[in-house]
Structures are given as C-alpha cells and as structure tokens.
Design a protein around this ligand. Sequence first.
Ligand code: HEC
Length: 658
Amino acid sequence: MRLGPVFSGLLFASAVAAVATQPVTFSKDVLPILQKSCQGCHRPGEAAPFSLLTYQESRPWAKAMKEAVLLRKMPPWFADPHIGKFSNDRSLSEKDISTLVAWSDQGAPQGDPKDAPAPLQFLEGWRIPKPDVVIEMPNAFHVPASGVLDLQHIVVPSGFTEDRWVQCAEVRPDNPALVHHIVVFTREPGSAWLKDAKIGVPFDPAKKHKRKKDDGVPGEGVAGYAPGALPMQLQPGRAILIKAGSDIVFQMHYTTNGKAGTDRSRLGLVFAPGPPKQRVASLAAYNDDLKIPAGDSNYRVDSVFDLGAEVQLTGMQPHMHYRGKDFEFRAIYPNGQTETLLRVLNYSFSWQLSYDLAKPILLPKGTRIQCIAHFDNSANNPNNPDPAKDVTWGDQSFDEMMIGFFSVAFDANVPSQSLTAVPAKEANKPRPKSPKELEALRAVQDAQTPDQQLQAIENVLTNFADTEFKVMLLQTAMQIEQRKDDFAQVLFYGERLLNADPKGAFALVTMASETARHTRQFDLDREQKLAQVDQYAKAGLEAAKVMPKPSGVADEQWEAAKKDFESQAYEAMGQAEVLRQKYDEAIADYKQSISVTATPNAVLWTRLGQAYENSGRLDDASDAFDKALATPNISPAVKSVAQAKKDEIAKRKGAGSK
Ligand code: HEC
C-alpha cells in the first residue's frame, strides 16, 4: 500500500517518456496543426510577422513555437477554459501542444514529405460571399514612418435611401502591415456623435475637447478587423439593420512600423434576402467614469447593462487599452442567480478578440450584464505608457476604456431602444446575489412592525455581508430609529452607514441634525457635540454636491433632494450656533437654509424667528413668524408655537394686536 504514490509517479514518468520518445515529424504530425491553428495568420500578407506554410519556413521557428505554445501566447486565445464554450475557440489541445514541444525537442525533423497533407487553399479577397455593396474610405490615409497615431474616425455616407438588412459584413485593411485594428460603426441620421467631423476627412474627437454628454455615443458596430478575426456571417433569418440615411464610420487604429505608407480600407456588405426573423445588434456595458490611480497594479472597474427585453446572447468582446489586465462577463438573472459567461485572464490590447458562444444563451428581460475589469497601472506592466499618471477615459490608446461589448439576437419586431430601456449609466441600482438573499430582502419589505423590520435588516446584513443593499438597509434602519426617537440607536446606525459609505449625504446630514437636536445648553460635552454637528454638516454639504443620482429618479426630483440635504445641513449648523448663543451666525445659517430649500418649511421660519427674537430684532422676528404661519401644510404644533411667539412679540413691542 505504501508504494502507491511511488508507483503512480513511475506511471506518470513513463507516460511522459512515451510522448517524448515517439518520433514526431513535420510532415506527418506538425503541419496538420499549423494548418488548423496557425496559418490563418502566419502566411504572406496576413498579420503575423513570418510564414508557417512550409517546412523551410517553419524550421527556424521550432524553439520559438515551443515556447509560444507552452506559455499559451499562441495561438492568441485568452478565455479561461473552465468557463463557457466558444465556436471560435482556437486554443490548442494538450495533445497538439505536446506534439509541437516533442518536435522541437527532437531537433525539428521534416520526415517524409509524402506524409504531408495537401497545402490549404486560401481565399484571396473577400471571405464573405461577393458583397452587394462595397464602401471604401474616400481617401487614402497616410501613415508616417514612426510615432504614435490616435484613433482616426472617417465618416462616409452609406447612400442607403431605405432601411437595409445586412447578413454578412467584412472590413478589409488595404495595408495590414499598418492597420492594428478597425471597428466599423453605423451612425443613424440625427446622431450627435462626431457631429464636427467632415465627410471623408479623418477626425480625432479627442483632440478637440474632453468628452461631453452631448457628444452622442457611437452607433452600432457593423464589422471589425483585428489579426485573425473572422468576418461577420450570420445564419439565415438573422441580420443587422442599417437605417436609411445612416453614415458608416471607420474607426481606424494605425500603428507605425518604420516605413511610411498609405491605407484605404473597405467594407463589404451582403444583404439579407428579406426582412429577418431576428435582428442582431451589439450592445455595450461601459464605465466612462473610471479613474485608475498611478501605480495601482490591480484596480477594479465595474460596468453594468440592464436588459429591457428578452434576447439571446451570441458573443462577447472585452475592450480596454494597454493597462487592461483581466475582464469578466457575468449575467445576473432576475431571480438573483448569477452566471459567469466569460473570463479573460491575460487581456492584451494587441488582440481585440471576440468570443462567440457555441450555443446562444437566453437572457430574460431584466437580466443584468455585469462586467468586472482589472487594470495594471504599475511599472510592472511592460505595456504601460506612463505608470506615474492617473488615467481616465479617452479615445487615445494611452488613455483607458472599459467596455464590455456583447452581441445579441432578438425578435426583429422589437424596437432596439427597448433593449436599453434602462440606460447603462442609471443602472447602478443594487441586485440580490442569490435567491436566498432575495428571500431575506423580501422579509424586510414584508415586516409588519418597525422592530420586525429592524430584525430582518440585521438578518440580511449578518448572513449576506457583501449585499449590494447594505447602504439602503442601514438608511432604512436609521430612519426607523429616528422615528422611534432613539438617539443612541440613530448614532449606532449612522456610524455603520458612514463606515459603509463615508461620503453618504443622507448619513452625514442626518447625524448633524440629530446631534444638534439632542444637544442641550447645559450638556457637559456640549462643545464636542456642537463641533461634531459642524463637521457632519460641512461634510454633508460637500457630499450633497457630488452624490451620484440613483436610478429611476427624475432630474428635477434629484436636484430638489440635493437642495433639501443642503438646507438640512445649514439648519443643523444654525441650531449649533443657537446653542452657542451666537445668534447672528445662526440667522445667517437659517437664511442659507431657507434660500436653498426647494420645499417651504414652517419649522425653519420659526427657528429663524426665534433667532431674531433672541438677538433682539423683533420686527424681523415677527416677519419670520408670519412667513411660518403662511406656509402651506404647517403642522398644528408648529402653528401654535409660531402664533404664540408672534403674539408674545406683539406684546413686547407694546403695539396692540387689537
Ligand atoms: C490570430 C492570428 C495568429 C494565429 C492564429 C497564430 N499566430 Fe503566431 N503570431 C501572430 C502575430 C500577429 C505575431 C506577432 C507577435 C504578436 O503580435 O504577438 C505572432 C507571433 C508568433 C511567434 C513569435 C513569438 C514571439 O514571442 O515573438 C511564434 C513563435 C508564433 N506566433 C507561433 C504561432 C503558432 C505555432 C501558431 C499556431 C499554433 C500561431 N502562432 C498562431 C498571429 C497569429
């Protein structure tokens, strides 16, 4: 029994020896692998720098090939093999890898040329059927011998006078040696995207100004070119739509290689025989708010896209620039279940690979596509153009991007806008991560009493520590305790809330006003408490200015909510000044509070009146109480205070209220 491990070790060694000692020749064993997996790129006129068509051409590369396949650098394919099945998976099997390794180790013999398979016939020109329409860049683009070129956008009218359904599309570089990659987009009539570009003239939007909201977003991707990428050929019954009057935009990434030259790339389109059953479109989950700190070697950026209609997912393509490190696509289904769809482990900007699913995945309406990317902005990243720089979104390759492109097929009668019913930017609302969490959250909603609700909240927070609802739950708990007027518990939840979200305006402002409300003139720790009020209120003012709008809230509503936070912060500062008996400062704060608030507030006017009264300005006080009494919806309690104060002042002034 004790011999077990030794015995299996021996078996393993002899298995390896068996592969290594079996004679491997180019003609019989290696060429079939090169034909299947390498020659698509490694032949004259294609992207790879040397040809692997013949023995003479391949022989000098034997050692480099061994290394490249062992390190999984070649053929380029970066998907985690444990996740998903892809129709265009070009990774080598373990068997193919050991064959190439053994061939190199055995001195790269040719073997008998008679064993060789017939050479492959490569199509010259289009790989799609003969195009119905070819759209060409109107002018040749001059690429200099050296230097870095920004992305070029070349707008060309399609000339389509009616909507066209396209089944196959291919973009071909005219000069592959200078073309790094191409993406061809459509631009629908009326789109603001690249609105300053002149027809046919290369345009670099990044040069002009920083990206603005009204710049519009790129239209749909039609075709892409990158070394080894396949053209788009959809199955019958599926097509992409190019609307009448649309423009075609060539987005060109040129690289210099020491020799100047020109390029005039072309797009070929094959129309579908008739209107399709399913429309295919490419969507994007992107995050253009990214800011990657200088030197950070593993900076995470997320993006989401909430689907407004049912679709079939057909493929995915991560897009980042030189600092991109890894990229993951997930589906979070409406029932809370999460599925990882694609994980790219060693992202490389050189390879704009798309990963086409072997079988489409059905995504019900309301599914969230979540993308998680990491960036390496440290000096350890050999491709990093500048590790000393914080990096933000931009078109140039030394800026960054974070886009999860994904292709979907859907009922051709569904308008494409309904897919994006939830705009990507506003889709940052939280989601349950599992059916169990969803159940626990339902219990919070269904609770009958405040105490039951608090208990349900604690249950979620304890059992689902990474819940995306943490902030929302703690806010609710804080509001419940506020209503119960349990100051200690308000502070307890407020501090947890600030831990979870240190810049949360709600927590800061509520802490300020609750602390002010619970401080008395003769408290021993009065000064500390008042200092805290000021601190919370000031932080709350700052936070209110910059807080991101939650999903599903109208712009005006959001502006009003921000104003209310600001108003509440000034009010708390005013209360603190009153407790310090600094009435002039209090009056200034209350006036600020009144001037920013969007909702008339009788309490505020009453506080202002009292501050005036305390500083002896009786006329102003009387006016303020009048304003309070004139406020619609004044509560009976406030009304009686304001009325009593007003009467008292009238008496003090000796002017008869008769
Ligand atoms: C999709 C196109 C493509 C395919 C498929 C491909 N290559 Fe390459 N290969 C390239 C390009 C382009 C380069 C140039 C270096 C680079 O861009 O990474 C390259 C470089 C190489 C190198 C040089 C490596 C180095 O470190 O400089 C070797 C060796 C190589 N390929 C072997 C292979 C083998 C073996 C296969 C098939 C098993 C293969 N390639 C499949 C495009 C491809």
